[in-house]
Design a protein around this ligand. Structure first.
Ligand SMILES: Cc1cc2nc3c(=O)[nH]c(=O)nc-3n(C[C@H](O)[C@H](O)[C@H](O)COP(=O)(O)OP(=O)(O)OC[C@H]3O[C@@H](n4cnc5c(N)ncnc54)[C@H](O)[C@@H]3O)c2cc1C
Length: 466
């Protein structure tokens, strides 16, 4: 009998939704094409799930629940998770080339896009991504967050701006049923905030929110929602948009409904402002206020400045103007868009030609926009290209190493990598912390923040009882 052909060996860098969907689809399509495949899924963090764990807001358990279907994909034993391994430091492109026929980059985005206005670097001015990483217990960000402002501005009109505003405005105890670590609860509990203002450049019918995220603002206990009639200036373009797009219609109706809602005398307020373009953040040594220029509709979906200046006294500013992907050593990068240049997922060199064996998917392929579900379509496109390239990949990578060889490289370098079994141990531990919590009933988990502790629990170096 001829020996079984060795499997196609593929490394996926990034165990967020894009990487996991890619692994799942890859397994299915390569098998359908008559080959076997061995998939290693690396992440620089000890735990999988990317921004579902470290981006999605803690009070959105329904969204966090998407991990259940991703977990089934990883449980299926067709993808090997190897955590706490950073591409670029622990493993290089040359290492991966030596051990795999193909490499898929699914490294997402974790940094804030810049906002070039005066005062953006003043103490008290923050990026939303950093704050999100703090409240979601990301192991690599400072654990102290200065929550000392009574009045806060959030710049941006997308869902991340709403997440940040909601978490800032909510009373900390209303987050007690979520997975937030005790230090985050304590930080939020000490916040003296009374007013959170969200500002967008364009009109109420041009927001980038989604209807569910918008509507839930009305249900935050002891937080009054405030919108301003002068921001609701009708224009023909907006009217057309409302008539032609159901989502816009729903959100505009929601926002208009709030215009007539009487305040309930809550101790905190969340204000939504539109038609405000940020000009500068000012303050003597730290944020003391923010200046905007009012805008008006141009009639074609855009806005232009009116010359009318408005100042708001605030002690903290959060910019939620988008995320930004980071360059990876040895991989082409489009610094303007913050993505890996690609054609349907095939990584392109500076001349625009595909680089054999290199692929990209998810936010690092497409840019940091879109929901978790969109990364599935991304993955399908990328994997379809990879499967088209199968014959060449196999021919080019005759001498790739074995499944054990890459682990030996990591061990030799002293990299304390984590495994799927390790994540299951950490997961069980976090769930048991949630179950033990006496302050609440039915808390699903409490996250372990520290990377060292996560690694030690995953590697069985700290014995935990459940
Ligand atoms: C604040 C926020 C809230 C969101 N809320 C929602 C929501 O409610 N609903 C929804 O559907 N979508 C939401 N999204 C969008 C959703 O998170 C993204 O669509 C999705 O996570 C993108 O997936 P990805 O796999 O491309 O990237 P990511 O989820 O960012 O995963 C990338 C992974 O790559 C790893 N990585 C990065 N660099 C390296 C490296 N050098 N070596 C090894 N590993 C590396 C990272 O650690 C990470 O685990 C939200 C996004 C943000 C930012």
């Amino acid at each position: 009998m001829p020996p079984a052909p060795s499997p196609l060996r593929v490394a996926i860098i990034g165990a967020g939704p894009a990487g996991i969907y890619a692994g799942n689809i890859l397994n299915r399509l390569v098998l359908a094409a008559g080959h076997t495949v061995a998939i290693d899924l690396f992440d620089s963090l000890p735990a999988p799930y990317g921004l579902i764990r470290y981006g999605v807001a803690p009070d959105h358990p329904r969204i966090k629940g998407i991990v259940r279907s991703l977990q089934e994909m990883l449980d299926a034993d067709t993808i090997r998770f190897i955590g706490n391994v950073s591409y670029g430091t622990d493993l290089t492109l040359a290492d991966l080339r030596e051990h795999y026929h193909a490499i898929i980059f699914a490294t997402g985005a974790i940094l804030d896009a810049p906002l070039a206005i005066d005062g953006i670097d003043l103490p008290g001015s923050f990026g939303a991504a950093d704050f999100v990483s703090w409240y979601d217990g990301h192991p690599d960000v400072p654990r102290e967050w200065p929550l000392d402002a009574t009045d806060v501005a959030v710049i941006g009109n997308g869902n991340v701006a709403l997440d940040v505003a909601r978490i800032l405005a909510k009373h900390a105890d209303d987050l007690l049923t979520t997975d937030i670590p005790a230090s985050v609860h304590a930080g939020l509990a000490g916040s003296p905030v009374t007013d959170v203002h969200v500002f967008g450049r364009r009109g109420p019918s041009q927001v980038k929110f989604t209807p569910i995220e918008l509507r839930e603002l009305a249900d935050i206990p002891d937080v009054d929602l405030v919108v301003y009639a002068e921001d609701f200036v009708p224009d023909s373009f907006s009217e057309q948009l409302i008539a032609s797009n159901n989502q816009v219609k729903i959100m505009t109706r929601t926002l208009n409904g709030w215009l007539t809602k009487a305040p309930l005398g809550a101790s905190r307020r969340l204000h939504l402002h539109f038609m405000h373009a940020p000009l500068e953040i000012h303050g003597d040594g730290r944020v003391q206020g923010i200046r905007f220029e009012r805008t008006e509709h141009t009639g074609d979906g855009g806005v232009r400045p009116t010359g009318q200046i408005v100042d708001y006294p605030v002690q903290a500013v959060y910019r939620a103007v988008g995320y930004r992907g980071s360059a990876l050593t040895g991989v082409p990068f489009d610094a303007v868009r913050g993505v890996i240049p690609n054609d349907g997922g095939r990584v392109l060199d500076a001349a625009g030609a595909p680089i054999a064996g290199l692929y990209a998917t998810g936010w690092i392929k497409r840019g940091p926009v879109g929901l978790i579900g969109h990364t599935k379509g991304d993955a399908l496109e990328t994997i379809t290209r990879l499967v088209e390239d199968l014959p060449a990949l196999i021919a080019n990578g005759q001498t790739v190493g074995t499944a054990e060889a890459i682990l030996a490289v990591l061990a030799e370098r002293g990299v304390e990598f984590t495994t799927w079994a390790g994540w299951q141990a950490l997961d069980a531990h976090e769930r048991s912390l949630g179950a033990e919590d006496s302050l609440t009933i039915g808390r699903e988990r409490i996250k372990v923040i520290s990377r060292a502790e996560q690694v030690a629990i995953s590697r069985g170096e700290i014995l935990v009882t459940h």
